[in-house]
Design a protein around this ligand. Structure first.
Ligand SMILES: Cc1cc2nc3c(=O)[nH]c(=O)nc-3n(C[C@H](O)[C@H](O)[C@H](O)COP(=O)(O)OP(=O)(O)OC[C@H]3O[C@@H](n4cnc5c(N)ncnc54)[C@H](O)[C@@H]3O)c2cc1C
Length: 236
């Protein structure tokens, strides 16, 4: 949650939530952005959050690019329900840079004998990071050839290289647990129908959602998600 510098946070009802700002005018409301808790160290009382730096647009990305030790962030949460299910025969994980913190944490949470495949789309080889994963989980890095918001439509959304990588990958036998998060057009309009309809994976085995949408801020992306949910509810 990003609060304007001229707001005296200490004077607001604590603990600080969106309700703390009730009664303040719209321009004094905080800006909310959603991030993954990549790592928790209870002893050091530290959490780690990995931000995608995606240029000068937006609030959180530019904040992270310029952040200095001692800068303040206000947190709400956490929420989230995924954890690896030991009953799954194999695990399919996929996403882009925004989904990478969640995929990294999910890979670390898998039991050491887990079998699976992870597909991660990034701009290029310089964006690969060290991952800790069980030996039998194959990790494939996919290069898009540029920043996710800047590449042409032929490398994004319906044409994201991640979509082709996942939909052409060899499907393993047995019950899959899928964990897929990234750019919304690629994930919600391409990978989700592939997993749920073509592969017939039940919702309880699938954590699949868009984390951001090209050309939209988080606020207008929330509207996009509402419209998609309404359209799907209308299809009965
Ligand atoms: C559950 C969940 C967990 C998430 N975890 C993480 C995380 O751990 N790390 C992380 O970096 N993101 C994560 N995201 C995605 C993040 O919330 C969005 O990327 C968010 O829009 C960033 O806010 P912003 O203020 O930087 O940009 P906004 O103000 O929302 O958008 C400004 C512009 O930047 C573009 N943009 C936004 N995100 C990206 C991106 N990733 N790449 C390229 N262009 C972009 C938008 O399309 C828009 O044009 C998560 C999202 C969800 C729903």
């Amino acid at each position: 949650m990003f609060v304007r510098d001229d707001i005296d946070v200490a004077s607001l009802p604590q603990p600080l939530t969106l309700d703390s700002f009730a009664g303040l005018p719209p321009e004094h409301q905080p800006t909310v952005r959603t991030y993954t808790v990549r790592r928790v160290d209870p002893e050091a009382r530290q959490i780690t959050v990995d931000f995608v730096v995606h240029g000068e647009h937006g609030v959180a990305g530019p904040w992270a690019a310029a952040a200095q030790a001692g800068d303040t962030l206000h947190l709400m949460g956490p929420s989230g329900a995924y954890s690896p299910d030991p009953a799954a025969d194999w695990h399919l994980l996929a996403g882009d840079e925004a989904g990478l913190p969640a995929i990294s944490a999910a890979l670390e949470a898998l039991p050491s004998n887990a079998v699976g495949k992870a597909f991660i789309e990034v701009a290029g080889p310089e964006d690969e990071i060290e991952l800790v994963a069980p030996d039998s989980v194959d990790i494939t890095w996919i290069y898009r050839g540029g920043r996710a918001d800047l590449v042409g439509e032929n490398r994004a959304g319906d044409h994201a290289p991640l979509v082709e990588a996942v939909t052409t990958a060899l499907w393993l036998p047995g019950q899959v647990q899928a964990f897929i998060h990234g750019e919304a057009q690629a994930v919600m309009h391409n990978l989700r129908p592939y997993i749920r309809k073509e592969r017939g994976v039940d919702a309880k085995w699938a954590s699949i959602s868009g984390y951001w949408r090209r050309g939209r801020t988080e606020e207008t992306f929330r509207q996009w998600k509402r419209e998609l949910a309404e359209a799907e509810a209308g299809q009965g």
